[in-house]
Design a protein around this ligand. Structure first.
Ligand code: MEV
Length: 314
């Protein structure tokens, strides 16, 4: 039996979440150590779907998998397959609803599995179009940054009008990602941000500031200015708080990270749960930040060495 396999990695947003929905710039890193794998095969009436969140008939997917269902219908039509003849298994080390790009990675891995099964090459353009079908159902008004980061092997600078370009990383430093264990909901958080944006004209200034912080961060990353990046991250967190997209646990993690030697810390992704990121000058400091966050109840911490993002031939 032929099996199609597709994989895709996760993502973490450094600066610019939410404001990116309104056309401002943002920076994100591919999270190469976290991956979703999708396996598919076709057999008459096999009709099965297996994942951590739902296992059962593929033709009876729950409503919260509407994005995947729509994508599968499109792919089945494209490859002339009856959806009830499809079997799909999703396994993932990217936790869902934590701002790590799980939904975009699942969609991309599904698309890659189909193209792998039918031995067809997949252009980035086609991948983008198809992932966005699911993403715009999963999230209110998705900017496309998650999709661009799960496609890329390098850090990206993104805005809606110019799309994505890779950033040459020159900073030395470590990022600790800490998972609060609280489930975020991108759709709801984007709604809260919008409500607060519309509540007063001063919020428009804050929106502009979030965009400028991403522009500054890009220069800092390219110039090796760790302190500028850290300061942009701290400012971004405080602004995101005023938009109501942080949480008590995210704020606690930010304070603890800074208390334990991090120089910048903020929520990442849509917020109201999910993950926090902290920037540290040395590995020793990063490890003590990880320890403090684990003691405070982080359900997982991940350590990223920024040198992992240096371009190989630089
Ligand atoms: C979600 O990872 C990032 C948000 O900015 C939404 C989006 O850009 O689609 C909150």
């Amino acid at each position: 039996m032929n099996i199609g396999i597709g994989k895709a990695h996760g993502k973490v947003i450094l600066v610019g979440e939410h404001s990116v929905v309104y056309g401002k710039s943002a920076i994100a890193l591919p999270l190469l150590s976290k991956e979703t794998t999708v396996e598919i095969f076709i057999s008459k009436n096999v009709n099965s779907f297996s994942s951590e969140y739902y296992t059962g008939e593929l033709t009876s997917l729950p409503i919260n998998l509407k994005g995947i269902e729509t994508l599968l219908n499109l792919l089945c039509e494209k490859f002339s397959v009856r959806i009830s003849d499809l079997s799909m298994k999703i396994s993932s080390t990217i936790p869902a609803n934590r701002g790590m790009g799980s939904s975009a990675a699942v969609s991309l891995a599904i698309i890659r599995a189909f193209y792998n099964l039918y031995n067809q090459s997949l252009s980035d353009r086609e991948a983008r179009q198809l992932v966005m079908v699911a993403e715009s159902i999963n999230h209110q008004n998705a900017s496309g940054i998650d999709l661009e980061t799960v496609i890329s092997q390098l850090p990206i600078f993104f805005n809606k009008s110019e799309g994505s370009s890779s950033i040459q990383v020159k900073i030395k430093g470590y990022i600790v990602i800490a998972d609060t264990g609280e489930l975020g909901n991108t759709h709801a958080a984007v709604g809260t941000f919008k409500q607060n944006l519309e509540a007063s004209s001063s919020m428009l200034v804050k929106l502009e500031q979030l965009g400028s912080l991403a522009d500054i961060s890009k220069i800092a990353i390219q110039d090796g200015s760790l302190d500028f990046l850290a300061s942009a991250m701290n400012k971004a967190h405080n602004i995101l708080k005023t938009f109501g997209v942080s949480s008590d646990k995210l704020d606690l993690f930010v304070s603890l990270a800074l208390l334990n030697g991090a120089i910048g810390a903020k929520l990442t992704g849509s917020g109201q749960g999910g993950c926090m990121i902290a920037l540290c000058k040395t590995k020793t400091i990063a490890e003590s930040v990880e320890k403090a966050l684990n003691e405070a109840g982080a359900c997982e911490t991940i350590l990223l060495d920024m040198e992992e993002y240096y371009e190989p031939n630089r």
